[in-house]
Write a protein of this length. Structure first.
Length: 290
């Protein structure tokens, strides 16, 4: 595509991309950096076959923001002070203040408390109407899991109490633990008890190539899924938090190689995904227990 035409298209989308990045990052300067990185990637990319350039740019900005959010894991998020008030960027405090006013400082404070993938899913879907199918590709999860990420974030944003969120995590952790206990023991009936009748199991190509012993990419129904895991055993899987949600991981030499993602509703597992694609795993926040 013509460079001048691309620059014009990018400038036409700049304000929207800035809004997306700011709501994810809570910092005007970091949002500028994310948008600039999107321009650099656009200028280097082959975009002749891109049908929806605006959507392509939104995806790039979201992935850049997700990486930036995850890089904050080892340090305090700079947009907040100790008492929860927003800090303005020293480079342009007036610009930051105007953005904060347009978004709402209360919303920004709540967004700071979300896990990176929750934050991205909520901002893209609830604020910018991006589909869960598109969000799934950005956060490296299934569309069902992306929907749950946004749902968890929405509950917290709309005032769900922290203790309710913690209680959900505890309940979901117990269900995942029961699943692996039954799998390792070959207890078919116990597996059925934690699976929704219409549960879906999906295995990505990388996991299949690594010998996940599934033999198929997708299964539907509690009995079929239970039969697979009663045979599989999953002896080497470790319980973990995957993007803030209970799951499991198989690691080799301390490096996560396969992630077990679970989506749980009404006390039962409705979706299981085995992911081993290195790029997808790099976009997940994986926390092993101490």
């Amino acid at each position: 595509m013509d460079g001048e035409w691309l620059a014009e298209r990018f400038e036409a989308d700049r304000a929207r991309l800035q809004a997306v990045a700011y709501r994810m990052l809570g910092s005007a300067s970091e949002a500028d950096d994310a948008v600039q990185e999107a321009w650099l990637r656009l200028s280097r990319a082959e975009t002749t076959e891109v049908e929806n350039l605006s959507g392509w740019l939104t995806t790039v900005v979201a992935r850049v923001c997700l990486d930036m959010l995850r890089s904050r894991k080892s340090r305090r998020e700079t947009p907040l002070t100790a008492d929860g008030e927003l800090l303005l960027d020293a480079a342009d405090p007036e610009h930051e203040a105007l953005l904060a006013e347009s978004v709402g400082s209360a919303l920004l404070v709540v967004l700071q408390r979300l896990a990176p993938a929750e934050r991205v899913a909520f901002v893209l879907h609830d604020l910018f109407a991006v589909s869960f199918e598109e969000i799934a590709g950005i956060v490296g999860r299934s569309p069902v899991a992306a929907r749950q990420l946004a749902s968890r974030a929405r509950r917290r944003v709309h005032g769900a109490a922290d203790d309710d969120h913690t209680a959900d995590l505890v309940r979901h952790q117990a269900i995942v633990e029961a699943f692996f206990r039954a799998s390792r023991g070959g207890d078919f009936q116990a597996l059925l008890s934690v699976l929704d009748p219409d549960v879906a199991l999906r295995v990505d190509e990388s996991a299949l190539r690594m010998g996940a012993r599934m033999g198929v990419k997708e299964l539907q129904g509690a009995r079929a899924v239970a039969e697979q895991f009663a045979f599989l055993g999953a002896q080497a899987a470790q319980l973990a938090l995957i993007d803030g949600a209970p799951g499991a991981v198989w690691a080799h030499n301390g490096r996560p190689r396969v992630v077990f993602g679970f989506t749980i509703e009404d006390g039962r597992i409705i979706d299981i995904e085995l992911a081993a694609d290195p790029e997808r795993l790099s976009r997940m926040t994986i926390e092993l227990p101490a």
